[in-house]
Design a protein. Structure first.
Length: 231
C-alpha cells in the first residue's frame, strides 16, 4: 500500500476554561490513502472543525504527529508549513469565503497565480473546473450574482485549482437546502475523484457520509472507525 496522504498519530488538543481543562481531541490516529474520500462524522461541537484545523496546519497548540504528503508538520518552520499547506491542501468551508470583487473565474485563478502558475494556464484551468461543475455560463459573474449553490461550486473549484493531493472540507453543504446540497455534494465528490485527490469531509449528516468511501465517527474526542461504505 502506498504512503497515506494524511496520517495522524496521537493527535490531541485541549483548552483551559477557568479551572477546567476541556479535552477536545484525545489521541487521534487517522490515515487517509491517496484518492480516498473519508467522511468525518459527528454532531456539532464534537471537535470535527478542530481536527480539520489541526491537519490543515491552520493553528498550533496540538500535540502528536501530523504527516501530510510524507512530511512531518512538527519538523517544519512557519514558511515550510505555509508552503506545504499551499501545495498539498485544498480547503472547502461551510461558507464559501469567495472574494466579492472578483468574478468566479478570478476566484479560481488567484490561488494558482499565488503558487506561480502562468496567467493563461490558470485561466484555462479555472474555466475547465467551473465548466465541469456546470458554471460555464457564469464564469464572469461575481459572487453576489451567484446562487448559494453556485457560490459553493466556485469554492470547490478553487479548492481543486492547484491539484492538491488532499482536500479538507468542513460541512461543505451545510448552508444549502437539501436538494441543492445533494447536487453540490455529488459534483464535489465526482470532481475530487476525477482529479485523483483524497478528501476528508466533516459532516453531521449520516446520509451524506454514506456517499463517501469510508466513515469515521468522532465521539468524546476519539475516533470510532465505521469501515468502508458498501455500494
Amino acid at each position: 500500500m502506498s504512503e497515506p496522504v494524511l496520517e495522524t498519530r496521537g493527535l490531541a488538543r485541549s483548552f483551559v476554561q477557568g479551572d477546567v481543562t476541556i479535552e477536545v481531541l484525545r489521541g487521534i490516529d487517522l490515515a487517509v490513502q491517496p484518492g480516498e474520500i473519508v467522511a468525518l462524522l459527528g454532531p456539532s461541537g464534537s471537535g470535527k472543525s478542530t481536527l480539520l484545523q489541526a491537519v490543515g496546519l491552520l493553528e498550533g497548540g496540538f500535540s502528536g504527529s501530523i504527516r501530510i504528503a510524507g512530511k512531518e508538520a512538527a519538523s517544519l518552520d512557519n514558511d515550510q508549513r505555509t508552503e506545504l499547506r499551499r501545495d498539498a491542501l485544498g480547503f472547502v468551508y461551510q461558507f464559501h469565503h469567495l472574494l466579492a470583487d472578483f468574478d468566479a473565474t478570478e476566484n479560481v485563478v488567484l490561488p494558482q497565480i499565488i503558487r506561480g502558475a502562468e496567467t493563461d494556464q490558470a485561466h484555462d484551468r479555472a474555466k475547465q473546473l467551473l465548466t465541469t461543475l456546470g458554471l460555464g455560463a457564469r464564469l464572469e459573474h461575481r459572487p453576489a450574482k451567484l446562487s448559494g449553490g453556485e457560490q459553493q461550486r466556485v469554492a470547490v473549484a478553487r479548492a481543486l485549482a492547484n491539484r492538491p493531493p488532499l482536500v479538507l472540507a468542513d460541512e461543505p453543504t451545510g448552508n444549502l437546502d437539501e436538494a441543492t446540497a445533494n447536487v453540490v455534494l455529488a459534483e464535489f465528490l465526482g470532481l475530487v475523484r476525477g482529479e485523483g485527490s483524497a478528501a476528508l469531509v466533516a459532516t453531521h449528516n449520516e446520509r451524506l457520509a454514506a456517499k463517501m468511501d469510508r466513515v469515521v465517527r468522532l465521539h468524546d474526542g476519539r475516533l470510532e472507525p465505521l469501515g468502508p461504505n458498501r455500494p
